[in-house]
Design a protein around this ligand. Structure first.
Ligand code: FAD
Length: 315
């Protein structure tokens, strides 16, 4: 049995979620290989080789892989799939784009967003916005799996010394499928840490009242704590902030060390994105708000008084 992990990267750095996926892969057992496809990715391959638990790193270089287009990456993975029983990727935007295409090309079903490994055939995943856990078994000869990062610890980024093997020659032919073309990447110009990986998140809900109040109150607090800004869907739908701030079932699923929910009631769809946070703090003027049921620390207060007081206390 050999397990392959498709490493997500930007041709320079490895996406932190790949470290969680490597932990999931190591729990399946067998030899663990990491696949780095890209353009000019020798430093990414070296970083992958240093991850504890990785036995071998395969690298494939081609201009067609530079922007991780699913239409080009998936056939390259399928070209080497014969050597593997399990192929794992992140349940991130990029992974959700590439992995189903791999599954379709291999004519197997995908096991999506697993939250635990029970055996090499049985996995757990969350359903009903995280309120129930379902155990799924796949009898497919090859298992294509995406991994929910927040459910697995990160593999140590150092300590490994895997050999690096180039597979560029083997997969070069037909690397550009011609089915899609990279046009442009528009990156959000957010100051501060990224929401998906920040260790502290300050999140605002409908209770913030307005866009001006959302940014005016939360930005100074986030700056004091070196935190990323998050939001409920109600805050996003009300136009307080962009939708890449949304945390929850239909937003980002995160598990920071500290999550501060301000003016957020704590609907199950919101909880689905943050309830694995290590410490949850809630500020809400309604003592019966459901968020207090999962909060480690709760403050029943008007946010317009509590946030300035917090910022002052942190000064
Ligand atoms: P509300 O529920 O309106 O709560 C606002 C809170 O602010 C209240 O508790 C109130 O007491 C408090 N408040 C008001 N004024 C103040 C003040 N001055 N000081 C202190 N507190 C104050 N939601 C998400 O968040 N993420 C998702 O991904 C998501 N996906 C969904 C998917 C589906 C299919 C559906 C049906 C819903 C989804 N929702 C999601 C929406 C979710 O059900 C809730 O409607 C939403 O989370 C509510 O956001 P909120 O807590 O900001 O607003």
């Amino acid at each position: 049995m050999a397990v392959l992990v498709l490493i997500e990267h930007d041709n320079q750095e490895i996406n932190a979620a790949s470290l969680n996926t490597i932990t999931a892969a190591s729990q399946i057992g067998g030899e663990l290989h990491a696949l780095v496809l890209g353009d000019g990715v020798s430093s990414v391959a070296e970083k992958a080789a240093a991850i504890a638990g990785v036995d071998k790193v395969l690298t494939g270089e081609n201009a067609a892989f530079a922007h991780a287009l699913a239409e080009n990456i998936a056939p390259a993975v399928v070209a080497i799939a014969g050597d593997y029983t399990h192929i794992l990727g992140n349940a991130t935007t990029q992974g959700k784009n590439i992995m189903p295409r791999i599954a379709a090309l291999l004519d197997v079903m995908q096991l999506s967003e697993i939250s635990a490994v029970k055996s090499d055939e049985v996995f757990e995943r969350l359903i009903y916005a995280g309120n129930a856990i379902v155990e799924v078994r796949s009898n497919d000869p090859k298992k294509v799996i995406t991994v929910r990062a927040t459910k697995f610890d990160s593999a140590p980024a150092s300590g490994g010394s895997a050999e690096i093997v180039s597979i560029t020659a083997g997969i070069a032919a037909g690397s550009d499928s011609g089915l899609s073309q990279f046009v442009e990447a528009k990156l959000a110009d957010n100051a501060g840490p990224e929401l998906a990986t920040a260790s502290i998140v300050v999140s605002g809900g409908r209770g913030m009242g307005s866009k001006e109040n959302y940014f005016g109150q939360l930005t100074p607090l986030a700056e004091k704590l070196n935190a990323a800004l998050g939001a409920s869907r109600a805050a996003v739908d009300s136009g307080f902030c962009p939708n890449d701030h949304q945390v929850g079932q239909t937003g980002k699923v995160i598990a920071p060390d500290l999550y501060i929910a301000i003016g957020i009631s704590g609907a199950i769809q919101h909880q689905a994105g943050m309830k694995d946070s290590k410490v949850i703090v809630a500020i809400n003027n309604d003592p019966d708000a459901p968020i207090f049921q999962i909060a480690d620390y709760g403050l029943v207060a008007d946010l317009n008084e509590a946030i300035p007081a917090l910022v002052f206390a942190l000064s």
